[in-house]
Write a protein that binds this ligand. Structure first.
Ligand code: AMP
Length: 403
């Protein structure tokens, strides 16, 4: 069976069609600038194979339905069709926020759509986009089973003492204010991959997963269950990120209001868009930061140190919370590709059982699962490439096939 994976942003739509027998990606693409004067699709048929064909489309798309309709045309017809419409067996949607209602992937029906709508207030930038994708797919692929796979779901097992904030309890009851966590599909995927690599049942695998990409988060997984994660009610909490601050003193809001005359919305925007790596050195892509460091940029050096220190700090906290851990797993754009970050982040962790092997760390091969700890390290350290699309497809396929 082929599963179509959809990941919608407010003006974008990413997709992959995956053959679940072979896990081959039949096509992948991204549609950008939906709703603008001119839109764009970059479509790859049979990506990464000798038969790869790249198609570029530039035309306006009024909404997500128009964009998905055009993508469906590229998938099933035109210059490089990869499957017939009838061969799309199921559709898996990335939905960011499932609140407390969805701790598992869920077949989409009208009641599920209504519940996802309720969580728009918790993810105002993301859930409405996910809903637009669901609406588009419902119109274009009537009769095809659609499944919602939630970013928050893997964190559904976090215990109350770890997910509650120490604020009046009524606010949790009334508004659902608590830690939810994000990137759950990625954390779950690499934790499961680790259990396969170690040859252990997932239910007996404990690890700290470190997702360092555009957004950064960590999770503590005890015996296959997530017991803590660094993001909170929103994806602003926790680690330092490209443009997001991560943890700051919550009294920053009134302080900035008083001393800079900023509104709550302006402070929120400052913490989300002007902070993190960018706030310290003006650059938010780690590759640019390394280039600047090489040219002697002291602020770029400081930004890297701060970024790594936060990672160290959380790994230490999660090792303490886990009371026994098989491995620390680095993943996503920075985690997979940046040996300097991994080296700095693990530098001071030898005393608590995380010993990194410099040669292995710097000798890693891009895209491959690699052990980068020393042989005598009590806690192993791995690079495991994430694959959120495959995880969404796998969860969708399993649900549709009653597994
Ligand atoms: P992701 O969100 O997982 O796609 O990660 C994107 C981020 O990964 C980019 O913003 C870069 O900062 C970072 N990145 C990608 N490739 C590299 C690399 N070779 N070295 C360091 N950072 C990288």
């Amino acid at each position: 069976m082929n599963v179509l994976v959809l990941n919608c942003g407010s003006s974008s739509l990413k997709y992959q069609l995956i053959d679940m027998d072979t896990h081959a990606v039949l096509c992948s693409g991204i549609t950008e600038r939906i709703g603008e004067a001119m839109g764009k699709i970059t479509h790859k048929a049979f990506p990464g194979t000798p038969g790869q064909k790249v198609l570029n489309v530039e035309e306006p798309f009024a909404d997500h339905t128009a964009a998905l309709g055009r993508c469906a045309g590229l998938i099933t017809g035109g210059e490089a069709p990869v499957a017939k419409a009838s061969e799309i067996g199921a559709i898996g949607h990335r939905v960011v926020h499932g609140g407390e209602a969805f701790k598992q992937p869920t077949v989409i029906d009208p009641a599920v759509v209504e519940t996802i709508k309720k969580f728009c207030k918790l993810a105002p930038l993301h859930n409405p986009a996910g809903l637009m994708g669901i609406e588009a797919a419902t119109k274009l692929f009537p009769g095809v089973t659609q499944v919602a796979v939630f970013d928050t779901a893997f964190h559904g097992s976090i215990p109350d003492y770890a997910y509650l904030f120490p604020i009046p309890f009524e606010l949790y009851e009334e508004l659902g204010i608590r830690r939810y966590g994000f990137h759950g599909t990625s954390h779950g995927y690499v934790a499961k991959k680790l259990s396969q690599v170690l040859g252990k049942p997932f239910e007996q695998t404990s690890c700290v997963t470190v997702h360092l990409g555009n957004g950064c988060s960590m999770a503590a997984v005890k015996n296959g269950q997530c017991v803590d994660t660094s993001m909170g009610l929103t994806p602003l909490m926790g680690l330092m990120m490209g443009t997001r601050s991560g943890d700051v003193d919550p009294s920053l809001h009134p302080f900035l209001a008083e001393n800079k005359g900023l509104t709550i919305q302006q402070v929120d925007s400052l913490l989300n868009k002007q902070s993190g790596l960018k706030g310290i050195c003006g650059l938010n892509d780690m590759r640019d930061i390394h280039a600047a460091r090489e040219n002697g940029d002291k602020k770029a050096e400081l930004a890297l140190k701060m970024f790594c220190y936060r990672v160290t700090h959380y790994i230490g906290a999660y090792l303490a919370a886990l009371d026994g851990c098989d491995a620390v797993v680095f993943t996503a754009g920075i985690g997979e590709n940046d040996p300097d970050v991994r080296q700095h982040a693990c530098e001071t962790l030898g005393g608590i059982g995380v010993k990194i092997d410099k040669e292995r760390n710097y000798g890693f091969k891009r895209g491959q699962i690699t052990k980068i700890s020393t042989d005598d390290s009590p806690v192993a350290v791995y690079i495991i490439p994430t694959n959120e699309e495959l995880e969404i497809a796998t969860q969708t396929y399993s649900l549709v096939n009653g597994k």
